[in-house]
Write a protein that binds this ligand. Structure first.
Ligand code: UFG
Length: 323
């Protein structure tokens, strides 16, 4: 299939592009490189530097390319930043995304796969979180993603374009060639491994007084290759829909630190700090719908293999993509 990948130079977009290319698809990556990296563009893909905010350019490019499918990874994704600068999140994650949806419709794209997030659920009213669980985001990041899920629902109804909104839980892991390189880095696993690399003295655990067995927050870590598998399967989904993507296994911050100690052989000192604002105690996915309707099955079900993949990538890229 001929696929237009917006945000294909970012963390998850680059791994998905590689996966699609490995499976015989034709990929065009469109990325502003504001948070993405030129080095994360697979050499087999066509690359177009551009911003989704540039509606006229985007329309031209998409009409010329005659793509069959769009995958949309191009978004800002820092919860904390979204609480300080909500406009930045609604402009990019909603307004620019509407440009992409319009260009997809006008250029005859049949299938649209959207990177949504567990953050659309806020403090979930049930665990595991199902597709039917009420979505009540508690930050502008989650709200911006939920708004665009709704835009897609209406576009599908009115214009007939098929879509899949894939709600990632905690994306983690690396492929042989592509990994996580954010600046600033805020995610747990990369920060822990910076300690093992000797770049940080210790990891600060944000609170150990949550209502969980060891007091630290529980998350559902899902390997980016499993997310990539879901994207490819979503192209052939029987209908438009929303799918939660996680393994269904919750792991606490302390359990992740312990797993990283085993993988790296480093003692990884920790310090217990205050809670981070906006962190729900537990986020675990119920992914039965993706398994049933998409035929999706995550292959990396334990934390060690996920952490090992990142550790391996860091041996080759100790400073991420920067030289
Ligand atoms: N944590 C620490 N210390 C750190 C970093 C993180 O203790 O230095 C803890 C956090 O408090 C949290 C857990 O590790 O309990 C995971 O934190 P991450 O920042 O790695 O991930 P989040 O669960 O906060 O965020 C993820 C996605 C977001 C999405 C969110 C859904 O990265 O895009 O899940 O709530 F919005």
């Amino acid at each position: 299939m001929k696929i237009f990948v917006a945000g294909g130079a970012g963390y998850i977009g680059s791994a998905c592009s590689e996966y699609l290319l490995n499976h015989g698809h034709q990929v065009t990556i469109f990325d502003s490189l504001i948070t993405g990296h030129k080095e994360a563009v697979d050499h087999r893909a066509t690359f177009i530097k551009g911003d989704l905010a540039d509606r006229a350019f985007l329309m031209d490019v998409m009409k010329q390319g005659k793509y069959e499918a769009v995958m949309h990874f191009a978004a800002f994704s820092l919860v904390g930043e979204s609480m300080k600068d909500p406009g930045k999140y609604f402009r990019n994650n909603l307004c620019s995304a509407i440009n992409l949806a319009d260009a997809a419709v006008e250029s005859g794209v049949k299938s649209f796969v959207f990177s949504s997030t567990a953050a659309t659920f806020g403090e979930p009213e049930e665990i595991p979180i199902r597709e039917t669980t009420k979505q009540l985001p508690i930050n502008p990041y989650g709200e911006s993603k939920l708004c665009f899920e709704k835009v897609l629902k209406w576009y599908s109804q009115i214009y007939g374009i098929k879509y899949a909104a894939l709600r990632y839980f905690n994306a983690a892991g690396a492929t042989e060639n592509f990994g996580e390189d954010h600046n600033p880095e805020t995610h747990l696993i990369p920060i822990i491994l910076q300690v093992a690399q000797g770049k940080r003295e210790k990891i600060m655990i944000y609170g150990d007084d949550y209502e969980t067995p060891d007091g630290t927050c529980i998350r559902d870590y899902i390997h980016i290759l499993d997310l990539a598998q879901a994207h490819m399967k979503a192209l052939n989904a029987p209908r438009s829909g929303h799918y939660n993507l996680g393994t269904g296994n919750g792991l606490s911050v302390k359990e992740i630190v312990e797993a990283a100690r085993k993988v790296t052989g480093h003692p990884i000192p920790v310090e217990i700090g205050p809670r981070r604002a906006g962190d729900p105690a537990r986020l675990i996915a119920g992914s039965e719908l993706a398994r049933k309707e998409l035929g999706w099955k995550p292959e990396f079900e334990n934390a060690s293999t996920i952490i090992e993949s990142v550790w391996k990538w860091l041996q080759k890229h100790p400073n991420g993509y920067s030289k």
